[in-house]
Design a protein around this ligand. Structure first.
Ligand SMILES: Nc1nc2c(ncn2[C@@H]2O[C@H](COP(=O)(O)OP(=O)(O)OP(=O)(O)O)[C@@H](O)[C@H]2O)c(=O)[nH]1
Length: 338
């Protein structure tokens, strides 16, 4: 990754030094009003890999060499006014119920709790741990968003993925019902660090913590309805998390295209040292799609999935319309374009 100008606030080395005394760290962080996201799950479920791949551009294959986390690793994600939070990666063996562990303080300051379950492994123990963790956290702070990543699904067939998610969902909710916690809501995501699913899932987790989200969505709706653009995403370019999008449904393919474009633009910018306030990139695909990336603030960019040659499309439509009594049907033409 390009070192100059791209990177989140706290460097790993500083981070390591800070971590020397995790108890002190925890009390200091209590004063910090950034929303906190906790990453929890059994050992080797993939917590550190998720955090490294999404926020530090680590290539997924390099996570094979990650050592087991044995202290809480705190990561400040403060690239902009919208994407501003802390991630706490917990060691798999952490004992929340150790009386010396101030879990009350931790849960009180938590916005989202992500519980990672390795879907390639036997998940019964993980389900027990999930239940114990969320029920304890909910009693302390019912406002936490509880998110379950059914992770490492790259190794599973499509049918197996769906079946695994259904089974985990069912068992986890049954356990909550039995414990009288039917108001505790769990959200489930199928994730893998080997494709875009982990970025998509993290986007949704982060969006729930952004109070300005409805306003941003409205602004993007106004933007697309006045520009003939099909889909607009407001991205945090470093993590490829989308902070907001207009209210039309997200299709994975557009999101993946935009993510790939961000990678290309950042790589080229790094080579030439030129990503600044005026940065703008346009990629024309061979299927009439245009991708347009415009920087909004230093680390936020608007990626737009636009139809190529608007004038030509309009002209074709008009001709079709004149030739045939039926309204023209344009494959993949965005709403509001013609
Ligand atoms: N196939 C696959 N492997 C993954 C994925 N995510 C992580 N892994 C692998 O899972 C192993 C454990 O990952 P870690 O990130 O160290 O797990 P952890 O939960 O942080 O582990 P502890 O620090 O021991 O709690 C590594 O070998 C990763 O390469 C994934 O999406 N798919």
């Amino acid at each position: 990754m390009c070192k100059d100008g791209f990177g989140y606030g706290v460097g790993e080395e500083e981070e390591d030094e800070e971590e020397e005394d995790s108890e002190e760290d925890i009390s200091a962080a209590n004063d910090n009003d950034q929303p906190r996201i906790l990453l929890l799950g059994l050992r080797r479920s993939g917590k550190s890999s998720i955090q490294k791949v999404v926020f530090h551009k680590m290539p997924p294959s390099e996570t094979l060499f990650l050592e087991s986390t044995n202290k809480i690793y705190k990561d400040d994600i403060s690239s902009s006014s919208f994407v501003n939070f802390q991630i706490w990666d917990f060691p798999g063996q952490v004992d929340f119920f150790d009386p010396t562990f101030d879990y009350e303080m931790i849960f009180r300051g938590t916005g989202a709790l992500i519980f990672v379950i390795d879907a390639q492994d036997d998940y019964m123990e993980a389900l027990g741990r999930l239940h114990l963790t969320v029920s304890r956290a909910y009693r302390i702070n019912p406002h936490i968003n509880f998110e379950v990543f059914v992770h490492k699904v790259d190794g599973l067939s499509d049918d197996h993925k769906i079946e695994t998610q259904r089974d985990i969902h069912q068992r986890a909710n049954d356990d909550l019902m039995d414990a009288g916690l039917d108001r505790l809501h769990l959200s489930f995501y199928l994730t893998s660090i080997y494709d875009h699913s982990i970025f998509e899932a993290f986007s949704k987790v982060v969006q729930k913590l952004i109070p300005q989200l409805p306003t941003l969505e409205n602004l993007l709706n106004i933007f697309i309805s006045n520009s003939g653009i099909e889909k607009a995403f407001l991205f945090d370019v470093l993590s490829k998390i989308y902070v907001a999008t207009d209210s039309s449904p997200v299709d994975m393919q557009s999101y993946e295209l935009c993510c790939d474009m961000i990678d290309v633009v950042i790589d080229i910018s790094c080579i030439y040292g030129a990503y600044d306030d005026d940065s703008l990139a346009i990629i024309k695909m061979n299927n009439t799609t245009v991708l347009y990336l415009k920087e909004v603030t230093k680390f936020l960019a608007l990626a737009i999935h636009e139809v190529f040659e608007l004038t030509q499309v309009r002209r074709n439509c008009l001709e079709d319309h004149l030739d045939s009594p039926k309204a023209p049907v344009l494959n993949g033409t965005p709403r509001g374009l013609v």
